[in-house]
Ligand binder design. Sequence first.
Ligand SMILES: Cc1cc2nc3c(=O)[nH]c(=O)nc-3n(C[C@H](O)[C@H](O)[C@H](O)COP(=O)(O)O)c2cc1C
Length: 308
Amino acid sequence: MQILFAPLQGYTDFDFRNTHNAVYGHIDAYYTPFVRLESGGTFRPKDIKDISPERNTVPRLVPQLIASSHDEAVTIVTMLANQGYTEIDINMGCPHRLMTIRGKGAAILSSPEKVADVLSVTNDFPDITFTLKMRTGMENNDECLALAPIINASRLAHVTVHPRTGRQQYGDEADRDAFDRFAQACDKPLVFNGDLLTIDDIDAVTSRFPSLAGVMIGRGLLANPALAMEWRTGETLDDTRRRALLRRFVAELRTAYEARMQGESQLLMHLHPIWEYLYPEMAKRDRKRIVKSSKLAVYTRCVDEALR
Ligand SMILES: Cc1cc2nc3c(=O)[nH]c(=O)nc-3n(C[C@H](O)[C@H](O)[C@H](O)COP(=O)(O)O)c2cc1C
């Protein structure tokens, strides 16, 4: 059973992934936030930087693409293959309007013929292992059932399913019954994704779905970067050790960002987001002080106090 670190645009950039791996590890693969083609057919420099092999030190990194057509997918896969990647994930789950109005991400799930078109890219690159990350639908959870035959016929090593609709965005709970219905129809190895925040959550899905190929965790690892480590080792960290590791994690991440950021405000802009989720045990007031800090000295003092 693999533990996969979900892609989280705006949070899990290469410095974050490298630092997480160095401090906590116990992740079988890290996924990059999606790489997309701009309307002029170019790539965003930020995306290229994020996937560049020389900047990434995790043992297994899987870049992700988002596309609305076979041809667009071919262009992105070609670029990724030229960088040496042999494993690529395809996004059919992003619920954000910027993507869905272009027929990308979760929006594609309402159109079986478009899903088939994008997935046909897997036939063009026989040396590449493809995986799919999807929601259960855009409008309703049954859309995925109509897609199962297409997915079954595609060359996919596994399918990660986040059982929410695109419409739901991140509201309501991940629907494990919807995952179950899809699992009955899909014959690919499945990875469960959505709302796994604790060891008990991971245990609950792995016992309900014993044939899972893995779990993919996003926000649970942002909140507790030791979650995979604790699950794998069977050892729950006491608060002293938890805070010691967090101090090391935030210090090393800061050092990594300092090496490439220009000026205090750019550095703070990159440091603030992790505190939206990290260490849920901390007082709300302390979190607010960190996230609102506009001076590095204040940020440092607040973080030191919070993790003392
Ligand atoms: C801020 C944010 C950014 C995300 N970026 C991506 C992304 O680039 N690619 C992707 O497939 N999913 C993305 N997701 C979805 C997550 O990978 C994951 O599917 C979702 O958060 C549910 O899992 P979780 O409850 O473990 O976080 C993003 C989610 C959030 C909250």
